[in-house]
Design a protein around this ligand. Structure first.
Ligand code: URA
Length: 434
C-alpha cells in the first residue's frame, strides 16, 4: 500500500488522484489514521493544484458516506433543499423556506451554525425563545406533515468528515478553495436527503469566494456534482457585495425576516428571496422560473408564507408572541452609532468586515464552542449608493458587553467609503446556472 506521504507528493506535483486513494484518504482521516499535519499538507496541495471533476465527485461521495445519510422518502412530494455558500445578514432561509412551503413544496431542512464572519440559520432560529432545533426523526416528519416545513439542526453524525476537515481548513488558510468548498457543501446536501437542490452561491466582499469568475466556477462544479449524483441541482449567483438587508446579527435578522414576511422589509431581501423561492418552486413543481417567482411573490404578499413561519415556530416550541410582535425579540441594550464624517454617497462597503464587526460585538463565535450573544449585531441605516450627510447615522451597533463597543465602532469605520459619485446599482441576482 502506498504511504499517504506519497499521495501528498502526487497531488503536490499536479497529478490526479485515483478514486480509491481519495476514498481511503477521507476514511482514514475521519477515523484518525491520518494525522492533521499530513491532511493539512494535502489540503494546501489541493488549494494550489485543484481537483478534476472525477476527483471532486469521489471526494464528495466519500465525505457524504462518512456518516448518516438521511432518508426523506416518507415525506410525500419532491423535496427541494437550499444552501447558501455563506453571507453576511443572510436571513434568506427564514423567508424562502416558508414561501416555498406555502406554495405546496415541502421543506425539510437542516441548518448549521455560523462559520467565520458569516451567520448561520441555526443560530438565528435559536434566538427565538424556546425554539427547538433538535427534533427527533418522528417529530421532524410530523412537523413537515403538519406545516409543510421544518428547519432543524444538522444531526450530529451528518458528514463528520466535513466537520473535521472544515475545522482544519479554518486554521490552515485553506477555506477559500473552490473544490474544497464544493465538496464540503455538496457532501452535506447529498447526505441531507432532498430530491433537488438549489445553491445560493454568493459573490462579492461578503462571500468566501469574492470574484465573480470564481463564484461561477464554484456554482458550475457544485451543479455538476449534484446532477452527477442524480439530484437535479441549480445554482443562483447572488450579490454579497453588501450585507443582505439592513440587519446583521441573530435577533436583528429574525426581526427583519418577520417584518419581511409581514409585508415590510428591505427591498433587496424581497428581491433575492423571491428569486430563490421562485427557483425552488421551478425545481419542485417543474414549472418555469417566472411562474415560480409569481407564486412565491403571491405567497409573501398574501401572508401565506408568514402563516407557515408562525406555524413552524409554534410547532417547534418557540414563543409566537415574538413572531406576532417582533419588538419583543431581545436586542442587546448597549448601543453606539456610526456617523458619516462627510457628505456624499456610500460608494463601497466591505461586507466581510461588517460581519467581523458583528462578531466583535458578540454576534459570532470566537472559538467553536463559545456562546453567542443573540441580541448583538448591527442595524444599518444606509445601503450602497445612498446619500449621506456629515454627522448622519450610517449604522447602529448593539452589544451586551460595553467593553466590546469601541473596538467594533473603530472597525466599522473601515467598512465604508463615502464619495462624491453615486455608484451603479448592484445586480442582486447575477446569474443562474442549471
Ligand atoms: N459552506 C460550507 O458548508 N462549506 C464551506 O467550505 C464553505 C461554506
Amino acid at each position: 500500500m502506498e504511504r499517504f506521504a506519497d499521495i501528498i507528493v502526487k497531488k503536490k506535483e499536479g497529478l490526479a488522484l485515483e478514486e480509491e486513494e481519495i476514498r481511503a484518504m477521507i476514511q482514514d482521516y475521519a477515523t484518525g489514521k491520518i494525522p492533521d499535519y499530513q491532511m493539512s499538507a494535502m489540503l494546501m496541495a489541493i488549494c494550489f493544484q485543484g481537483m478534476t471533476d472525477r476527483e471532486l465527485t469521489a471526494m464528495t461521495m466519500a465525505m457524504r458516506d462518512s456518516g448518516d445519510v438521511v432518508d426523506l422518502s416518507r415525506i410525500p412530494g419532491i423535496k427541494v433543499d437550499k444552501h447558501s455558500t455563506g453571507g453576511v445578514g443572510d436571513k434568506a432561509t427564514l423567508i424562502v423556506g416558508p414561501m416555498v412551503a406555502a406554495c405546496g413544496v415541502p421543506v425539510a431542512k437542516m441548518s448549521g451554525r455560523g462559520l467565520g464572519f458569516t451567520g448561520g440559520t441555526r443560530d438565528k432560529l435559536e434566538s427565538i425563545p424556546g425554539f427547538r432545533m433538535e427534533l427527533s426523526g418522528g417529530e421532524f416528519f410530523q412537523a413537515i406533515q403538519k406545516n409543510g416545513i421544518s428547519i432543524i439542526g444538522q444531526t450530529g453524525n451528518l458528514v463528520p468528515a466535513d466537520k473535521l476537515l472544515y475545522a482544519l481548513r479554518d486554521v490552515t488558510g485553506t477555506v477559500d478553495s473552490i473544490p474544497l468548498i464544493a465538496a464540503s457543501v455538496m457532501s452535506k446536501k447529498l447526505a441531507a436527503g432532498s430530491d433537488k437542490i438549489l445553491l445560493d452561491v454568493t459573490t462579492g466582499s461578503g462571500a468566501f469566494i469574492k470574484e465573480l469568475s470564481g463564484s461561477r466556477e464554484l456554482a458550475r462544479r457544485m451543479v455538476a456534482i449534484g446532477n452527477g449524483a442524480g439530484r437535479e441541482t441549480a445554482a443562483m449567483i447572488t450579490s454579497m457585495e453588501e450585507p443582505l438587508g439592513l440587519a446583521v446579527g441573530n435577533c436583528l435578522e429574525v426581526k427583519e425576516a418577520i417584518e419581511t414576511l409581514q409585508g415590510g422589509g428591505p427591498e433587496d431581501v424581497k428581491v433575492v428571496c423571491t428569486a430563490l423561492a421562485g427557483m425552488m418552486l421551478s425545481l419542485g413543481k417543474d414549472i418555469s422560473y417566472e411562474e415560480g417567482k409569481e407564486q412565491a411573490q403571491k405567497a409573501l404578499e398574501s401572508g401565506a408564507a408568514y402563516d407557515r413561519f408562525h406555524a413552524m415556530v409554534e410547532t417547534q416550541g418557540g414563543d409566537t408572541a415574538c413572531i406576532e410582535n417582533p419588538e419583543r425579540l431581545a436586542i442587546a441594550e448597549i448601543s453606539g452609532e456610526l456617523r458619516a464624517e462627510e457628505d456624499g454617497y456610500i460608494t463601497t462597503m466591505d461586507a466581510e468586515k461588517i460581519g467581523m464587526a458583528a462578531g466583535l460585538l458578540g454576534a459570532g463565535r470566537e472559538t467553536k464552542d463559545s456562546e453567542i450573544d443573540a441580541g448583538a449585531g448591527i442595524l444599518m441605516k444606509k445601503k450602497l449608493g445612498e446619500p449621506v450627510r456629515a454627522g448622519e447615522s450610517i449604522a447602529v451597533l448593539y452589544t451586551s458587553e460595553p467593553e466590546r463597543l469601541d473596538g467594533a465602532l473603530s472597525h466599522m469605520k473601515t467598512c465604508y467609503t463615502v464619495g462624491r459619485r453615486k455608484p451603479e446599482p448592484l445586480k442582486l441576482v447575477v446569474d443562474i446556472i442549471r
